[in-house]
Design a protein around this ligand. Structure first.
Ligand code: SF4
Length: 671
């Protein structure tokens, strides 16, 4: 495959580009949008208010993302709200012949969902103009070959049908971004890189040693110096360095794999083989329970059939490529072999590795001291070719937790405390490496550390990690079957230098933390339980997900529920309580310890592993706005797990609340 790509013709775009097509202004006035769709060009002036804050959810609502090919071109902006109306209908943008899409502030807010710019591209959009554009959305546009600009002066030139200088889009960009734009997208850029047409300027600091954080050290070890000669690793990197790093593991799930597979088949070749399939993993985890959660209306529209195609496409691609797929259970009931993050940590990640995944909670694996981070579809697809991924070295934030935590406080409470810290809450940790340390972190098991690194996604960090230590050695011996000296050797040199530079150090007293909840709407809405003045009655308790479906989480649920069982207490009659493991390994662990019997005795419903309720796609979701859920998952953004009120809490609290029917911290029995 690499030889074929090296022989392929790839050139930079011309110095001036023609962007032929109409201009679509996404205005607040639904009538103006409808007029444009009907064929009338809008004589826009700044007096006409453009829509601000257009999120990727509005560009392609979640159910649209069940489509993964050019069909997406039928759907851009279907969720766009103008006043109280949704003026854009299926196919109307494509039929309108628009090449340019214009909006106001913060274009592309929200998830890293690459279906959004891809849907725009497939509908004919070549240029996005907005007052400002969110980083990931902008990067995804560039990767796909869509131009972006914040210069509204371009509109007059387009109306005069002038060709636009390519430099309009590249001026002020870093070397790699500039190259990606000039080659019309990440794929062409990477082909040029494989051919040696792109030679990155080695930044001077890379030659010189400097004190580094653990995250920086791992990136330096993986820095791609010369891909044609396989030269990897530099003595040092520093924040701001831009380049590519070699990955050890690349994984994706059924929401993303099919689109990446389409890109691969179309751009590389239907019969081409991915580079090193042994280091690629795929997962069927997000939507296995969807048939139980989708509304009858959506099923009638055919969306369930569309969603089921995601599983089929991923399975066919994995089989054809010889890629290991952790698939759906074929036992006559729903469920998955494992949630991606759970399995990567349990069976694959090693200290010092670089891991990329198609999911924002990829930092989960940082619990064993690796750099693991989420990327978009194009980056995953390109990594199947090059094995590497583009990045800019972030600054590092150190979060130090000291002191002895109370017994009923867990890593989840640590994170809810961190998430309400002003530095984090104000967004300053966005895009940073987050290093968790201090004796309170060292005292945690690897499972509990994973709750922290997982929720680095909620912090907004690039990734989170805990430096490997004696607990990591024990974990590797137990989970990977390593000998002690082998595990210790893997960890060699994996610690931050004493004089490493941090952009911020956050100190937290773990002894002062009490069991917490996050109020509905945002994981940053943390309070100690009891701070809200009224008791909060719950209808649903959910104990599961990648964050809270690990063995130690099950130990916590079982501890509370065993006490209840011994007292003859059951789940409150008005509460539906669901417990769901992160993997079949965790389920086996529960079986061996008799946990499943305990769960049954108290009236909890045990579910096979899967994402399910965590992504509004399985048992445990709320059905109405009034329903109240207490949940151990990682985020409670509006609509995340149904339309109801979703409170976050630690596993002990979730189990205790299921029993009392009100949000209740678990109180350990006094001896
Ligand atoms: S359990 Fe939830 S947070 Fe974890 S991977 Fe699945 S959907 Fe994402």
């Amino acid at each position: 495959m690499l030889d074929a790509l090296r022989a392929r013709s790839v050139e930079k775009l011309p110095a001036r580009v023609a962007l032929e097509g109409r201009i679509l202004f996404l205005c607040e006035d639904a009538g103006l949008v409808r007029d444009q769709l009907a064929g009338r060009d809008l004589a826009w002036t700044p007096a006409i208010k453009l829509r601000d804050d257009i999120s990727t959810d509005e560009i392609t609502p979640a159910y649209i993302c069940y489509y993964y090919d050019e069909t997406l071109g039928e759907f851009p902006y279907l969720g766009l709200k103008c006043g109280q109306e949704f003026p854009i209908t299926r196919g109307s943008v494509k039929r309108g012949g628009f090449a340019v899409s214009v909006s106001g502030k913060r274009r592309g807010k929200g998830s890293s969902r690459e279906q959004s710019p891809y849907a725009e591209m497939c509908a004919g959009v070549k240029l996005v103009v907005a007052e400002n554009i969110e980083r990931i959305y902008r990067e995804n546009c560039q990767n796909l070959g869509i131009f972006t600009t914040t210069d509204f002066g371009i509109l007059d030139k387009l109306r005069r049908r002038e060709e636009i200088p390519l430099s309009t889009f590249t001026d002020g960009e870093g070397e790699i971004t500039r190259g990606i734009i000039e080659y019309g997208g990440l794929f062409n850029y990477n082909v040029a890189r494989l051919q040696g047409k792109v030679v990155l300027t080695p930044p001077a600091p890379r030659a010189a040693k400097r004190p580094m954080t653990l995250g920086e050290k791992i990136l330096a070890r993986h820095w791609v110096v010369d891909p044609s000669k396989g030269k990897i690793g530099v003595p040092a990197v520093k924040p701001g360095d831009e380049g590519f790093v070699l990955t050890d593991i690349r994984f994706s799930h059924e929401y993303v794999t099919p689109m990446a597979a389409i890109f691969f088949e179309q751009l590389v070749g239907k019969d081409a083989k991915v580079n090193d399939p042994g280091s690629i993993l795929m997962f069927r985890d997000h939507l296995t329970f969807l048939p139980e959660a989708m509304t009858p209306e959506r099923i009638k529209e055919g969306l369930l059939d569309v969603a089921l195609e995601l599983e089929k496409k991923q399975r066919a691609f994995a089989e054809a490529q010889g890629i290991k797929l952790y698939g759906e259970l074929r036992l006559g009931h729903h469920g998955s072999e494992a949630i991606c993050h759970s399995k990567i940590l349990e069976s694959h990640a090693l200290p010092g590795q670089v891991i990329i995944g198609s999911d924002s909670h990829t930092p989960h694996a940082g619990a064993v001291g690796c750099v693991a981070f989420g990327v978009g579809t194009t980056a995953i697809f390109n990594s199947w070719i090059t094995k590497d991924v583009r990045l800019q070295v972030p600054e590092t934030v150190k979060v130090v937790l000291r002191g002895r935590k109370p017994t009923n406080v867990t890593a989840k409470d640590f994170m809810l405390e961190i998430l309400r810290h002003p530095y984090v809450k104000s967004g300053k940790a966005i895009g940073k490496l987050v290093e968790y340390c201090g004796d309170a972190v060292e005292s945690l098991s690897v499972d509990e550390r994973a709750t922290m690194t997982n929720m680095t996604a909620e912090v907004g960090g690039f990734t989170g990690y805990v430096a490997p230590d004696a607990k990591t050695v024990d974990y590797l011996m137990e989970y990977r079957g390593m000998m002690r000296d082998e595990a210790e050797r893997v960890m060699g040199g994996l610690a931050s230098d004493a004089d490493a530079e941090y952009c911020e150090v956050i100190e937290i007293d773990a002894a002062a933390i009490r069991p917490m909840i996050a109020l509905p709407g945002d994981p940053g809405n943390g309070l100690h339980i009891g701070e809200p003045e009224t008791r909060i009655k719950v209808d649903i308790a959910y104990a599961g997900s990648c964050t809270a479906g690990k063995k130690e989480d099950m130990d916590m649920y079982a501890r509370v529920l065993r006490e209840a069982s011994e007292r003859g207490t059951r789940v409150a009659p008005w509460v539906k309580f669901f417990i769901q493991c992160g993997s079949q390994d965790v389920k086996r662990y529960c079986e061996e310890r008799g946990y499943l019997d305990i769960f049954r005795q108290v009236g909890a419903t045990f579910l096979e592993p899967s994402c399910g309720a965590c992504i509004n796609a399985g048992p445990g979701v709320s059905k109405t706005r009034d329903e109240v859920t207490i949940s151990a998952i990682n985020r409670n953004f509006p609509g995340r797990s149904g339309p109801g009120q979703l409170y976050l809490a630690n596993p002990y609290t979730v189990a205790a609340s299921a029993l009392t029917g009100y949000i209740t911290p678990w109180e350990p029995p006094s001896n």
